[in-house]
Design a protein around this ligand. Structure first.
Ligand SMILES: Cc1cc2nc3c(=O)[nH]c(=O)nc-3n(C[C@H](O)[C@H](O)[C@H](O)COP(=O)(O)OP(=O)(O)OC[C@H]3O[C@@H](n4cnc5c(N)ncnc54)[C@H](O)[C@@H]3O)c2cc1C
Length: 338
């Protein structure tokens, strides 16, 4: 990246626009750090505002006793952060030079920004089956979801037969969780054994509300306004069958939006950003912090994303103050951790 095209130097740059990013921005703005946010450019699977832009009712974000629509919640968070002086642009960061200080960021349109500190809050994407009606019903609140903890308690899932697609620990956890609300949970798995841990598999297999459709893949999601049934295909015999359901939960994993961070900070084996110290958001590179689903492969909730966003902003502020006290805040040294 050549210096001549640099847009400016920022105290704190935040990448992302979900609950983690806007909470980090709110805290940084109120601490007079004038945060600069890259919200993302938007694509078919990812839009500014994050994952909650793809959902309807959110019932488990504190402070909304009657629930709140996902997009409305994100709009409020954004407005609140902007109201305190946050600046933002709708561009994707595509490259970061973390080997030089200040850090250098490059966006998809060629914008370059220098950052004294950086908060990564680019989230994750739930994996879907890729079926046409699946996407439509997931976005319209028609009984298709990728988050059992988020949506399982919603009224239209209660007392119904619910399908869970997957065979890993998440699918087992989701199935067990859904037994609280469902009449029956049917796990649909494409093989004849789970890859989930033995203990989780056994818990699911011995639960009297759970049964398994082994060697089956979902080929079609049926239903107009809400899901009514699934068309299944047997992976061994090729036989086609229909299963009546009142909901489908896809539990086949998540992909953290961290591809562009490879080589920038350390990533875990599963691709999530590593934050080496417990209860801290600092990454392997001092001055770069990570918050929300891009670093959290376990909870993946809006409120936990917001919580870690708050932590990242406070840590960034303290890290900068510490550097300032040491009198070296404008040095250009390499800051990579040993
Ligand atoms: C359908 C659905 C329903 C859900 N319902 C609930 C619920 O009811 N309750 C709950 O607590 N949780 C729910 N969740 C989970 C919740 O949405 C996530 O845990 C939360 O949004 C994570 O927030 P985040 O800030 O980490 O990132 P995200 O919300 O994932 O947002 C990240 C955003 O960052 C931006 N971005 C990504 N890469 C770049 C880049 N390179 N440059 C610039 N910008 C970038 C994109 O705009 C992206 O959308 C749901 C998730 C889904 C998919």
């Amino acid at each position: 990246m050549s210096d001549s095209e640099i847009r400016g130097r920022e105290t704190v740059v935040i990448i992302g626009s979900g609950p983690a990013a806007w909470t980090a921005a709110l805290y940084a703005a109120r601490a007079l750090m004038e945060p600069f946010v890259f919200e993302g450019a938007g694509s078919r699977t990812m839009i500014p505002g994050g994952q909650l832009m793809f959902t309807t009712e959110v019932e488990n974000y504190p402070g909304f006793k009657d629930g709140v629509m996902g997009p409305d919640l994100m709009m409020e968070m954004r407005e609140q952060a902007l109201g305190f002086g946050t600046r933002s642009i709708w561009e994707d960061v595509v490259d970061i030079d973390s080997g030089r200080y200040p850090f250098r960021l490059l966006s998809n349109t060629g914008t370059q920004v220098l950052a004294d500190s950086l908060i990564l809050a680019t989230g994750a994407n739930a994996k879907w089956l890729g079926l046409k009606n699946e996407e439509r019903l997931a976005q319209s609140g028609g009984g298709v979801s990728a988050c059992a903890v988020c949506d399982g308690a919603l009224p239209h899932f209660r007392g119904n037969v619910l399908a869970v697609v997957g065979g890993g620990d998440s699918a087992m956890e989701d199935s067990l969780y859904l037994t609280k609300f469902a009449e029956q949970v049917v796990i649909i798995h494409r093989r004849d054994e789970f890859r989930a841990s033995k203990i989780m598999s056994e818990r699911a297999l011995t639960h009297d509300k759970i049964r398994v459709e082994w060697n089956k893949v979902v080929t079609e999601v049926l239903g107009d306004e809400t899901i009514t049934a699934l068309r299944l295909e047997d992976t061994v015999s090729g036989e086609v069958s229909e299963l009546e359901v009142g909901g489908m939960f896809v539990a086949i994993g998540h992909t953290p939006n961290a591809g562009f961070l490879n080589g920038v900070v350390e990533l875990k084996d599963n691709g999530y950003v590593e934050t080496p110290m417990p209860w801290r958001t600092e990454t392997s590179v001092p001055g770069i912090f990570a918050a929300g689903d891009v670093m959290d492969d376990y909870f993946r909730q809006a409120v936990t994303a917001a919580g870690t966003g708050c932590m990242a902003a406070l840590e960034a502020e303290r890290w900068l103050a510490h550097r300032g006290a040491a009198g070296n805040e404008h040095s250009e040294e390499l800051v990579v951790r040993d």
